[in-house]
Write a protein that binds this ligand. Structure first.
Ligand SMILES: *Cc1c(COP(=O)(O)O)cnc(C)c1O
Length: 405
């Protein structure tokens, strides 16, 4: 719908009945197709954030849309007390393409991580009859906003005002195996990490560190949980980021990209964890609904059939090269780093004003931490579109340097 200028002013100044938990951009996006989004004035944007690494297939991908439409005509919700075919099929698909053997479905990344903590504690306490409950996570990590997952998150800002927090979480330094060793006790149940820390600014883990960590976990009977909520489903140029590291986590958590925008989360685990849960020990009303699981299945089929993982790898390498070549001339660029199409551009200044300027120039990106621009386009992005994005970035940076110099 196209609004007149006066209507838009009324719309943006109108009192909002939402809790003020978001500092929203002054844009209302109403339509999307592939890598393009349109606002309520009909203005188009090149989307290089994918609704926060959710729309890996771009907006309104055909096959997913058709499968959701078909399912809408059949049934929407039946409860997990009954067999749901799409849920079984998606679980089978996930097991086929990963090192995991079992899947639990929920609705979000935080819930998938909650399920992982519960599974790890119950595995030790019920299967092994020990008292292990501690979970080691990492500084600068991000694992969600529920009480347990914000406690697991290694950043103070998400904890402010929520004390007391659940017990049993410890924080090690990222890429520092000695730091991890120093946190391990006889009570350590699991270690959870992101292989690329997305939310805090695209920090990559070092292969040697990850391999040592996996070995340490194995030696000490500690479960290794990899949070792939942001990195999973093709984002980094492999289906799961752990594949780059030559390790097999005991537990993998997924959410964002799994169903192209329908709410879903998944905790996947190794066979040995089967006995951790028993009937009634964990549940979710909406988890793995027919709608979200048909969308998930169609998403993975499309990724595989369209060769999108290979595309993400190539496009990611192209984008990183291009960004480095074109942006290194600007003194405010501190670093460019990434894995596949999860790329961070670190800047010497806070990025929020730059991001707003990029949005005004019709390029949608988002921040990671305070000083990093996160570039996470759809895996379908073409080299031409990458060129276009880099051109907008360099124009905005040039303008900015013109002002500051
Ligand atoms: C986004 C994110 C979460 C939280 O997912 P929600 O669906 O918002 O609960 C957890 N872990 C990582 C690594 C994430 O990027």
């Amino acid at each position: 719908m196209r609004r007149s200028v006066s209507e838009r002013v009324v719309f943006t100044l109108k009192k909002s009945y939402l809790f003020p938990t978001y500092n929203k951009f002054p844009i209302t996006l109403v339509k999307g197709s592939k890598t393009t989004l349109w606002d309520d004035e009909g203005k188009s944007y090149l989307d290089c954030m994918s609704g926060l690494a959710v729309c890996n297939l771009g907006h309104v991908p055909d096959r997913v849309k058709l499968r959701i439409q078909e399912q809408l005509e059949q049934v929407w919700h039946v409860s997990n007390l009954f067999h749901i075919k799409a849920q079984e099929d998606l679980a089978e698909k996930l097991v086929t393409i990963s090192c995991a053997d079992l899947v639990f479905f929920c609705n979000s990344g935080a819930e998938a991580n909650e399920a992982a903590f519960k599974c790890a504690r119950r595995y030790h306490q019920r299967v092994h009859g020990n008292e292990r409950y501690e979970i080691i996570t990492f500084e600068q990590s991000f694992h969600g906003r529920t009480l347990a997952t914000l406690t697991a998150t290694g950043q103070e800002k998400v904890k402010d005002g929520y004390y007391p927090l659940p017990k049993g979480f410890l924080y090690a330094r990222y890429n520092d195996i000695q730091s991890v060793r120093s946190k391990i006790t006889g009570k350590t149940a699991a270690i959870m990490l992101e292989l690329v820390q997305g939310e805090s600014g695209v920090h990559l883990s070092e292969p040697e560190f990850v391999q040592e960590l996996a070995k340490l976990c194995k030696d000490k009977g500690i479960l290794l949980i990899v949070d792939e909520v942001q990195t999973g489903i093709g984002r980094t140029g492999s289906m799961f980021a752990y594949e780059h590291y030559g390790i097999e986590p005991d537990i993998i958590t997924l959410a964002k990209g799994l169903a192209s925008g329908l709410p879903i989360g998944a905790m996947m685990g190794k066979e040995k964890l089967r006995e951790a849960f028993s009937e009634g020990s964990h549940a979710s009303t909406f988890g793995g609904s027919p709608l979200s699981t048909v969308a998930g299945l169609a998403t993975i089929e499309t990724l595989m059939e369209h060769g999108l993982i290979e595309r993400a790898k190539k496009a990611g390498a192209y984008a990183q090269d291009k960004l480095e070549n074109e942006l290194k001339q600007f003194p405010i660029i501190r670093a460019i780093r990434g894995l596949g199409l999860l790329i961070g551009i670190e800047i010497t200044e806070p990025v929020t004003p730059i991001i707003q300027k990029l949005h005004q120039n019709r390029l949608l990106v988002l921040s990671g931490g305070t000083h990093v621009i996160r570039f996470m386009p759809s895996l379908y992005i073409t080299n031409d579109e990458i060129d276009q994005a880099v051109l907008i970035l360099s124009n905005v940076l040039r303008e900015l340097e013109g002002i500051t110099n």
